[in-house]
Write a protein that binds this ligand. Structure first.
Ligand SMILES: Cc1cc2nc3c(=O)[nH]c(=O)nc-3n(C[C@H](O)[C@H](O)[C@H](O)COP(=O)(O)OP(=O)(O)OC[C@H]3O[C@@H](n4cnc5c(N)ncnc54)[C@H](O)[C@@H]3O)c2cc1C
Length: 471
């Protein structure tokens, strides 16, 4: 960047990636003279349709890929600070544990995660992972005992009682509050502000000069950080590096007695099916799937995706569709998970369902790097269904990456991969060269589903349609 530090940084997206970046900039003296604008299309913030906002999100260092396990441990140290203004304060973080199960022969991720948390526990001089709280579970009875649920999912696994969950919506609200308080006049947060396209100079070396809004207004910036989650690939051509995939969840009302009984249980996820249950809060139980998801392809004009380039026609991009009911396939899968774990709740009405959108990359690695085609355009996205837990630390990494100073190991996994490398990743997953599903090894359930196709499957006349939250 010619004029560093930038005088004005524009952040598109007020989710984990955007807000964490803003906090990091505010805490970094290099940017004391920098103005920061955060814009989000949502009329209200926290954005109820954003993937950062939900009842709860799992916080775990249980990763088959060690750099994420290490980074999660750094984040966890901050989550565990329960003082009022800290990440874990005011009930934002809880640590009742995490149980990862699988069925035999589908447990590579589980084995890798267990090996990593164990070795982290042994290596960590500061005792942030207590080895005694990690227990291998050799059969269904041991799983049942570890979770406290009446039923079982998976046939073996492990429990890590060093892991927990965060109240996601409260965390986003907390970050917004801190940015407003700490940023003062330097920061401008604008909800209801939708980017239409990037603003690009006509010069040969294309330069991103900010954004053009749906209203026609232009916002100019020296650096634009695109952190628009699952919507990012519909704002600029990422050439197959990110894919919006719809993931399903449903909520059930439970009684106070059930809340008291289940509230302190660990999260349980069956890696082979992707189905999981997080401990309930406020008498609401969530059942969900960490799967390959639904694609929702639409045509977007090339001129939007590749501003400044001499192109015409459209590109097909999967985009989030919010406020739609979950397909029958998902309802059946969610009820199946309830039947396994809490059979007496399996037929209880869903009071709310939601399709929440991941911004998936082929490998499940984040995309935190400059866009190679546009100067001054930085990408902070590709959360791939696991970005939330890094809220307290990801902004520091993004700012370090903006300055070219992020640890080489992280720069390596978050880089803009070559076309050939991507094709090789896709081929190694056995599905041809087209990127249709993330294969980071943590996903379960059916692959390659299209939202429109699944929506066509009809419910029988007696089946109740689940209520949909208009999020
Ligand atoms: C169902 C589900 C379960 C998950 N579970 C976990 C978990 O247990 N643990 C974990 O660590 N992670 C989890 N994740 C992943 C994690 O929540 C995400 O990786 C993370 O929240 C992504 O944050 P983000 O800032 O990239 O996106 P978002 O939070 O979606 O923020 C992007 C923002 O950009 C805005 N935007 C989009 N387009 C425009 C535009 N044109 N103009 C202006 N603004 C725009 C949107 O309105 C949105 O608010 C889960 C995700 C989902 C969907």
């Amino acid at each position: 960047m010619s004029d560093f530090p930038p005088q004005h940084i524009l952040i598109v997206g007020a989710g984990v990636f955007g807000l964490s970046t803003a906090l990091s900039l505010l805490h970094n003296p290099t940017y004391n003279g920098t103005r920061i604008t955060i814009i989000d299309s949502s009329p209200t913030l926290p954005n109820p349709s954003g993937s950062s906002v939900d009842a709860n999100r799992i916080v775990r260092a249980d990763y088959a890929h060690k750099p994420y396990a290490q980074l999660a441990l750094q984040a966890q140290e901050l989550w565990r600070d329960r003082s009022e203004n800290a990440w874990g304060g005011e009930g934002r973080y809880h640590e009742p544990g995490f149980v990862l199960t699988a069925v035999a022969d589908q447990d590579a991720y589980l084995a890798g995660a267990l090996a990593n948390v164990r070795s982290l526990a042994q290596e960590d001089k500061r005792g942030r992972i207590d080895l005694r709280k990690i227990q291998e579970l050799h059969g269904r009875d041991e799983i049942r005992r570890a979770t406290g649920y009446e039923g079982v999912s998976g046939d073996h696994g492990y429990a890590n009682f060093n892991s927990g969950w965060a109240n996601a919506e409260a965390c986003v609200a907390h970050a917004l509050r801190r940015i407003r308080t700490e940023g003062g006049d330097r920061v401008n947060i604008r909800p209801h502000t939708r980017v239409q396209s990037l603003l690009v100079s006509a010069a040969a070396a294309m330069e991103c000069m900010g954004v053009k809004l749906a209203t026609g207004e232009q916002i100019h910036a020296d650096l634009t950080v695109l952190a628009a989650g699952a919507w990012t690939p519909s704002l600029v051509d990422l050439q197959g590096r990110c894919l919006a995939t719809g993931q399903t969840m449903a909520f059930l009302d439970i009684t106070q007695e059930e809340q008291d009984a289940m509230g302190n249980r660990p999260t349980i996820i069956n890696q082979s099916s992707g189905m999981f249950i997080i401990p309930p809060r406020d008498k609401l139980l969530k059942v969900a799937r960490h799967g390959y998801g639904y694609r929702n392809p639409v045509k977007i004009p090339m001129q939007t995706l590749r501003p400044g380039a001499a192109t015409s026609g459209d590109l097909e991009v999967s985009v989030p569709d919010v406020g739609v009911p979950i397909p029958l396939e998902a309802e059946e899968a969610l009820r199946g998970a309830l039947r396994e774990l809490v059979p007496h709740m399996a037929d209880r009405p869903f009071v709310r369902t939601r399709i929440c959108w991941y911004c998936d990359t082929p490998t499940g690695d984040f995309l935190i790097t400059y866009h190679p085609a546009y100067k001054h355009l930085f990408l902070a996205t590709g959360g791939s269904g696991h970005g939330f837990k890094f809220f307290p630390v990801i902004g520091d990494k993004i700012v370090a990456a903006i300055e070219g100073k992020v640890e080489p190991e992280l720069a390596e996994i978050w880089r803009w991969r070559s076309e050939d490398e991507l094709k090789e990743v896709m081929r190694s997953q056995g599905g041809g060269e087209e990127f249709i599903a993330c294969a980071d090894g943590s996903r379960g359930g059916p692959k390659g589903m299209l939202l429109a196709e699944e929506m066509k499957r009809k419910r029988g006349p007696t089946e109740r349609k689940p209520a949909v939250a208009k999020l």
